[in-house]
Design a protein around this ligand. Structure first.
Ligand code: MD3
Ligand code: FE
Length: 203
């Protein structure tokens, strides 16, 4: 793998056994830190649910977007990031030229049928140089990647269970969205849907 810190779309990166291991770790997190559906600063609710693990979790409400240590409904600290997730993220970071990546946060997004995420940039993090690592589990979906400007051309990518995306360098700053799942395309999650884990170094 070249020592380039840009964008990597690693198709079928994770074996079924690794996918099951990461899914079990994510399920354990959800038991401690229930999925929630936050609202945007304008009051509109997100169209999918989420939770977090690690030292910091990404949350949203009427006051804005931020990272904090506690779950917004239980007020308990987010659970530790499972070692399997941490190790996998560090391994992927190293393979893509990001040797000093230190995972602080794992945002877990769940998309059920019809749920989606609009065009946005990820800029809540203080450290915008560290890459973001995305792991897709479960149903196939359509990921859309643009450029630095909201008006830039976009490209659509089919993301399948076991695919990994690394957003580093310039691409860290690109607009992107998730159009939704194609139901019943994976049997990994017993109730269907797609889990997307994004592992981040926040500061
Ligand atoms: C491109 N999640 O949580 S993951 C998000 O499928 C988010 O849940 C999507 O966008 C999802 O913020 C996409 C892939 C991803 C993650 C971070 C990025 C793509 C990115 C940051 C910059 C550009
Ligand atoms: Fe994003």
């Amino acid at each position: 793998m070249p020592a380039n810190k840009g964008l990597y779309l690693l198709k079928s990166k994770l074996t079924k056994v690794i996918q099951q291991e990461i899914l079990a770790a994510a399920r354990a997190v959800v038991k401690q830190a229930p999925l929630f559906r936050p609202s945007m600063p304008n009051g509109q609710s997100f169209n999918y649910s989420m939770t977090n693990c690690g030292d910091l979790g990404w949350v949203a409400d009427k006051s804005g977007y931020r990272y904090q240590q506690v779950h917004p409904h239980t007020f308990k600290a987010f659970p530790d990031m499972p070692q399997a997730i941490k190790d996998l993220a560090i391994e992927i970071a190293q393979e893509t030229g990001n040797n000093d990546f230190s995972p602080q946060s794992c945002l877990i997004n769940l998309y059920r049928k019809g749920e989606k995420l609009g065009m946005h940039q990820d800029n809540t993090e203080e450290n915008l140089s560290a890459p973001i690592i995305s792991i897709s589990l479960g149903d196939t979906g359509i990921f859309v990647l643009g450029g630095k400007l909201r008006t830039d051309d976009t490209r659509q990518y089919i993301v399948q269970s076991g695919d990994v995306i690394v957003m580093g360098g310039e691409s860290r700053n690109y607009f992107h969205s998730f159009k939704g799942i194609i139901p019943n395309t994976s049997n990994l999650l017993k109730n269907g849907g797609r889990l997307n884990l994004t592992i981040r170094q926040v500061n």
